[in-house]
Design a protein around this ligand. Structure first.
Ligand code: GRF
Length: 223
């Protein structure tokens, strides 16, 4: 079962997936491609240093737009989707992909839009995303800081993180795994963040395994 992972940063969640491959947590799964929108993403190094090495690709927005005068953000996302689909994934995991996916990406992954002239995905490819907050609590960016401040103001008792399906509305897809994460009175944000990231490393594996199990074994023989 084939996983494609999209990253933008350090890739600690990618590393959690890599470390889980072949264990009971993530049996008979392979990461067939790691795609980053930032050349400097350390996650690319993690993929290249995995045993066996994981193929990587890199496609940043600005260089793409410069190379394709008149191209739009949608064109970029459609190009990202094409690279992803050509790796023939069973599922796609957004692990710190710091871009809002436009409809073009999801349309291609759902089979509603060709990824190449006359070629479209036969069966929707599930896309999941990791978000460092509870469903509907702190959608969007800086969720960790916003939760920490809300706790300090007494507005929340704890926070959490989740793996959810990617739909057109940001961070609003159906949750796949949700875990609460404690915030301790008086602790610095770094302590909360470390506890939260450790929880993310667990749920990213559980979320990928759960969605992979729901994907029917593909009919055609996969290499
Ligand atoms: C994670 O906290 C994830 O929830 C957020 O970006 C971070 C990615 O961290 N979307 P890493 O690159 O996997 O270390």
């Amino acid at each position: 079962r084939r996983i494609v992972v999209l990253i933008s940063g350090s890739g600690s969640n990618l590393q959690a997936l890599i470390d889980a491959l072949g264990t009971p947590a993530l049996p008979d799964a392979r990461i067939v491609l790691v795609l980053s929108n930032r050349k400097a993403a350390y996650g690319l190094t993690r993929a290249q240093q995995a045993a066996p090495p994981i193929p990587t690709a890199y496609l940043a927005l600005q260089p793409y737009l410069k190379a394709h005068p008149g191209a739009t953000r949608e064109d970029y996302d459609a190009e990202v989707a094409k690279i992803v689909v050509q790796a023939r994934p069973d599922i796609v995991v957004l692990a710190g992909w710091m871009h809002i996916m436009s409809e073009a990406f999801l349309d291609v992954l759902n089979g509603d839009r060709p990824y190449e002239h006359g070629k479209a995905v036969q069966r929707p490819i599930p896309v999941i995303n990791l978000h460092p907050a509870l469903p509907g609590a702190f959608d969007g960016a800086h969720a960790i800081e916003r939760a920490y401040e809300a706790f300090q103001k007494g507005e929340i008792k704890h926070s959490g993180c989740m793996v959810h399906r990617v739909v057109r509305e940001v961070d609003a897809g159906e949750p796949v795994i949700v875990r609460e994460v404690e915030i301790k009175e008086g602790e610095p944000i770094e302590a909360f963040e470390e506890r939260l990231h450790k929880t993310e490393w667990e749920i990213i594996v559980q979320g990928a395994a759960k969605v992979l199990d729901e994907v029917k074994p593909s009919l055609e023989k996969r290499s």
